[in-house]
Write a protein that binds this ligand. Structure first.
Ligand code: 13P
Ligand code: SF4
Length: 336
């Protein structure tokens, strides 16, 4: 189930994330034989109680390989759906099924079928932020941490339809140097709102900081421009998936890092490298869908066994091949 912006998206509330809550969550998870997965954009309490916190690719891999009979996916709906596609025999739960994604909503199966008809023979590469119906029309799925590897694996003379994120698509075109990649004009409203002017102002205030930029951001091109102009040392500009940001935090020698992505990311970065000063380029960049997974929602999920995620068998079978290729290509993303 995806969501529309006018639906009631008031998160479940009224539960403190205290020691009693944590003990109850762990006890219920054990009773259900459930593994708790949390995306890097979740609120800190959810990240800290999860068995694994990571990026989309790392969490998909864990879901595919887990021995647990139940997966509780603390993230948005397309992520839980991807887990169900990869592990159809498992029960997949999401603490609030209304947690959608504006980027996944930017293309429908019908729109993709029409686009394919205009480009017969093109290879369809879809970002994991898509519905199961769109994945079923896709040749290879990718995430931000392996999008470049996925497109590079396609013969150079074959046309590619890349969807739905225009900024990630522009990044893939830039790195692969291919001009036969057609990009859908979708965007994530949270990342698109992190703009080049804001990034330039922050970088000017702190010229020695590293810049960690998620490729879905509106400012990714500006970051490379700043490097090209010499305003920021080129080696300080890093275009990274959320999981790769955690790896880069452990490796960098910088004392401060400007982070251009959803603000939930800062928690995991501070845990990985407490000595570094991590600052959000835009501290209003918060995803309301990710934040619907509250402590109350997680407790309700484990108590009631809801919301359960279903993908019809035919759609799942058609989507599975493209998702399986995604988890096989490229280096593992973040996760701990
Ligand atoms: P990654 O975790 O794959 O970098 O994705 C970020 C994102 O926007 C998920 O919605
Ligand atoms: Fe979707 Fe953007 Fe939220 Fe990620 S941050 S879940 S892409 S709306």
């Amino acid at each position: 189930m995806t969501t529309t912006l006018d639906a009631d998206l008031t998160p479940y509330g009224g539960v403190e994330a205290d020691a009693d809550w944590a003990a109850r969550v762990r006890e219920l998870a054990t009773k259900r034989d459930a593994v708790l997965l949390a995306h890097n954009y979740q609120v800190p309490e959810i990240q800290d109680i999860a068995d694994f916190t990571g990026d989309s690719l790392a969490l998909s891999r864990i879901a595919a390989n887990s021995d647990a009979s139940t997966i509780v996916f603390c993230g948005v709906h397309f992520m839980a759906e991807t887990a169900k596609i990869l592990a159809p025999e498992k029960t997949v739960l999401i603490p609030d099924a209304r947690a959608g994604c504006s980027l996944a909503d930017s293309i429908t199966g019908e729109q993709l079928r029409a686009w394919k008809a205009e480009h017969p023979g093109a290879v369809v590469v879809s970002y994991v932020n898509t519905t199961a119906e769109v994945k079923a029309e896709t040749d290879i799925c990718c995430t931000s941490s392996n999008a470049v590897d996925v497109v590079a694996s396609i013969p150079a003379d074959q046309e590619v339809l890349f969807l739905p994120d225009q900024f990630l698509g522009a990044h893939v075109k830039r790195v692969t140097g291919r001009d036969n990649v057609h990009v859908w004009a979708g965007e994530c409203h949270v990342h698109a709102g992190i703009n080049g002017a804001e990034l330039a102002a922050r970088a000017e205030e702190d010229p020695d900081a590293d810049l960690f930029i998620h490729p879905e951001c509106g400012c990714a091109t500006s970051a490379l421009y700043l490097a090209g102009e010499g305003a920021v040392a080129p080696e300080r500009v890093k275009i990274l998936s959320t999981g790769d940001m955690v790896h880069a935090a452990r490796d960098t020698k910088a004392r401060s890092v400007l982070v251009a992505t959803e603000i939930g990311m800062i928690h995991q970065l501070r845990k990985a490298a407490p000595e570094i000063d991590f600052r959000a380029v835009n501290d209003r960049a918060s995803c309301r869908y990710m934040k619907m997974i509250t402590p109350a929602a997680l407790l309700r999920c484990l108590t009631e066994g809801a919301d359960e995620v279903h993908v019809d068998a035919e759609t799942a079978a058609r989507a599975r091949a493209s998702v399986q290729r995604m988890i096989e290509i490229g280096q593992p993303g973040g996760g701990e």
